[in-house]
Each structure stands twice: as structure tokens, then as C-alpha cells.
Design a protein around this ligand. Structure first.
Ligand code: NAD
Ligand code: TDX
Length: 341
């Protein structure tokens, strides 16, 4: 049966806002309810143009509010659960909100789906960070869906707990759950605490970019719209109880990424500020996305460098009002705590 009404949690965040817009564009006639608590990273401006859209409804609320979720599930046939505390460095400063939203929030969503009395498919947006870290000298190894989970940061541990709760609720109660584990996303509307928008906006402001440690850590970069397309494919056609890796096939060291941004923006390496390494910093993430390609025919088409990175940089240079608003207020305190002034 085709999905007609999706409850998206965390739809005012970076991936959520891109996903809500993507679904409404791709599926005319579909309804999307967006439940978001509007934490520091949730920004209603990200979906401002949807005001008045007949298929879209925004609900300001929390995934830990069981009564609210029960009401919202009464006429939805699918849930895409992506509300989360999402930044590793913040989880190192204080893991409390991570355990609360990412673990208890996911449990609340699962209990609500379990008791709603109707078959509802829930897709849990997990992350490649649940697998831990790969060595830099073994380019032949990648994370597969059967790689044991070994999360290293409090953020990754909280996401892994949610991921395993989804597994358990499928196994124990037979819930229709699918899980995606995705690599690092980039694109428009990303909160400028994450490395790409942080570095681009710092450079526009004339500040240096804080590169952790020796810059050799590797991430696999995926354009957010490729991610959205993959999530929709898994929601539509993924097999019940299965996990699907999603990756960009686009591994870059942080130094390579930084140099690429500097080159696009016409700045020199003098703008790099070497800062102490992140505690417990994972060395390398690399996704083997063979399964989603084989079963669902998905592969990334929008993540190609340097074009996709260049377009993303241009989005931030062209949307200064957006990030300047986001980068003010409480964010300044976080930045000072993280980078020392
Ligand atoms: P984000 O921080 O930009 O957005 C998170 C959203 O969740 C915000 O709108 C926030 O207001 C909302 N939220 C937080 N706590 C909530 C609560 N208790 N109730 C309701 N809403 C709440 O994060 P993002 O980068 O868009 O990540 C979205 C999801 O994708 C997360 O689950 C994250 O773990 C996962 N993920 C992200 C990446 C990435 O590269 N950004 C990669 C893989 C997986
Ligand atoms: O100031 C910085 N300097 C720096 O060198 C920041 C913020 C980051 N980095 C490095 C750390 C990482 O190796 O850049 C790399 C990317 O960092 P983030 O943008 O913080 O992303 P990461 O920690 O890799 O996690 C991201 O991908 C997986 C998302 O934030 C998670 O939500 C997702 O699950």
C-alpha cells in the first residue's frame, strides 16, 4: 500500500527540512506532519516557504511526549524518526540531552507505534558512527550492515542505543521497522557547528577555521538530497527489520576537505588554525552501500566533488542572513566553550 501520510520527527533540522521538502516535491498529494521541539538546531525558517502548503503540517512538540505522539499517530501510516541531538562535540561537553532525546525519545516513539493498534512502518535514521572507527592504513575495509556496533562518542552510543531498541522492538513485538545508517551529510541548511558550514561561514566572517588534530581523520561525504532519496527508497521498499547503509562513496580527509573549501573560497592555508584534537576522535568512517544498491537500486548521484561541495559553499555565501541569525545568541557561548574565544 502506498504511503499517504508520514510523521517526520525533527523536520526543522538540517536533514529533516531537506527531507520534508524532498518528499512533498517528489510525491504530490502526500501529507507530511513535522513534529519538532525546536531545540537550538531546529529552525522553522528552514521550511518557511511551506506555510499554507495543503500537504504540510507543523507540530511544535517533543518526541518524549507520549500523549502527543499517540494523537499524531492516529492518522499516519509511516514514521521517519530523525529527531535527535546530533553533534558529537556537544555530547562530549554534556551527554544528558543525548541520552534523553536519542534513547528515551526513541523508546517513546516505539512504544507509541506498538500500542497504536494499526500497522505503521517506522524508519529510524541511524548513523555510520554506531560502527565506531576504522584504521587509516586499511582502505580495503568498510562498514557493512553486519559490522559489530562499537560506538565511541556519547552521541554515537546514544544513537546505537536507539538503533538497538528498534532492532529489539522488531524482534520482540514484530513491529515493521527499517533502519538506515548514513555517512556525513552536507548541503544547505546545516547548522554551522558542523564542519562544512562552520568553516565556510568562519571564512566569510574573516575568521580562521579550527582544524582538529593533524587533520588526517577521514569522513565519507554524502549530499543531503542523496540521503533523502535513499531514506524514501528504504521507507517504500526496504525489507522489514532490515538495516541499510547509505554512503557517498566519497572519502576525504579533513585536511583535504579544508583545502578544498579554502580553494573554492580563494583563501590561503594561513586561514587554518590547528586546535587540540576532539576527545576520542574517530579516525575513519567508510560505508559499504552495496546492499541498498543491490536491493533498492539506489546510488548517490548528487555527491560528486568538487561540484557538489562548490554548490554547497555557494549556498552559504548566498544565504548570509540565514546563518548569521543562526550563528548568534546562545551559539556564541557554545563556540567560545568549544574553541576558546
Ligand atoms: P539537526 O541537529 O540539524 O536536527 C535535529 C532536529 O531534531 C532539530 O530540528 C531539533 O529541533 C529536533 N529535535 C531535537 N530534539 C528533539 C526532541 N526531543 N523532540 C522533537 N524534536 C527534537 O540534525 P541533523 O544533522 O539534521 O540529523 C538528523 C538525524 O540524522 C539525526 O538523527 C542524526 O543522528 C542523523 N544523522 C545525521 C548525519 C549528518 O551528517 N548530519 C549523518 C547520519 C545520521
Ligand atoms: O571545528 C571542527 N573541526 C574539525 O576538524 C569540527 C566541528 C569538526 N572537525 C572534524 C571532526 C570530524 O572528523 O571534522 C569532521 C566532521 O566533524 P562534524 O561535522 O562534527 O561531523 P562528525 O563528527 O563526523 O559527525 C557527523 O556525521 C555523522 C554528524 O554531525 C552526525 O550527526 C552524524 O551522525
Amino acid at each position: 500500500m502506498a504511503i499517504s501520510h508520514i510523521l517526520v520527527t525533527g523536520g526543522c533540522g538540517f536533514i529533516g527540512a531537506n527531507f520534508v521538502r524532498f518528499v512533498l516535491e517528489q510525491r504530490p498529494g502526500i501529507r507530511v506532519t513535522n513534529l519538532d521541539a525546536l531545540t537550538y538546531s531546529g529552525n522553522p525558517d528552514n521550511l518557511a516557504e511551506l506555510a499554507g502548503h495543503p500537504g504540510y503540517r507543523f507540530v511544535h512538540g517533543d518526541v518524549r511526549d507520549r500523549g502527543l505522539i499517540d494523537g499524531l499517530l492516529s492518522d499516519c501510516d509511516a514514521v521517519v524518526h530523525m529527531a535527535a541531538e546530533s553533534h558529537v562535540d556537544r555530547s562530549i561537553q554534556d551527554s544528558t540531552p543525548f541520552i534523553s532525546t536519542n534513547v528515551s525519545g526513541t523508546q517513546t516513539m516505539l512504544d507509541a507505534v506498538r500500542s497504536c493498534g494499526r500497522p505503521i512502518r517506522l524508519l529510524y535514521v541511524s548513523t555510520d558512527e554506531v560502527y565506531g572507527s576504522l584504521p587509516l592504513d586499511r582502505p580495503d575495509i568498510q562498514f557493512r550492515e553486519d559490522t559489530p556496533l562499537a560506538p565511541n562518542s556519547p552521541y554515537a552510543a546514544s544513537k546505537a542505543a536507539g538503533d538497538l531498541l528498534c532492532r529489539a522492538y522488531h524482534h520482540t513485538f514484530g513491529l515493521d521497522i527499517v533502519t538506515t545508517r548514513c555517512s556525513n551529510n552536507f548541503g544547505p541548511f546545516q547548522f554551522p557547528e558542523k564542519v562544512i558550514p562552520l568553516f565556510v561561514t568562519n571564512l566569510i566572517e574573516g575568521h580562521q577555521v579550527p582544524l582538529y588534530g593533524d587533520g588526517r581523520n577521514v569522513r565519507d561525504w554524502l549530499h543531503v538530497l542523496d540521503h533523502c532519496e535513499a531514506v524514501l527508497a528504504v521507507l517504500d521498499r526496504g525489507r522489514r527489520g532490515e538495516v541499510y547503509n547509505i554512503g557517498g562513496n566519497n572519502e576525504r580527509s579533513n585536511l583535504e576537505l579544508t583545502r578544498a573549501i579554502l580553494s573554492i573560497m580563494g583563501r590561503s592555508e594561513e586561514m587554518i588554525r590547528r586546535v587540540p584534537d576532539r576527545l576520542g576522535h574517530d579516525l575513519r568512517y567508510a560505508i559499504d552501500a552495496t546492499k541498498i544498491g543491490r536491493e533498492l537500486g539506489w546510488r548517490p548521484t548528487r555527491s560528486q566533488w568538487p561540484d557538489a561541495l562548490e554548490q554547497t559553499v555557494r549556498w552559504y555565501t548566498g544565504n548570509e542572513a540565514w546563518w548569521r541569525r543562526v550563528k548568534s545568541g546562545a551559539y556564541r557561548e557554545y563556540y567560545a566553550r568549544q574553541y576558546g574565544g
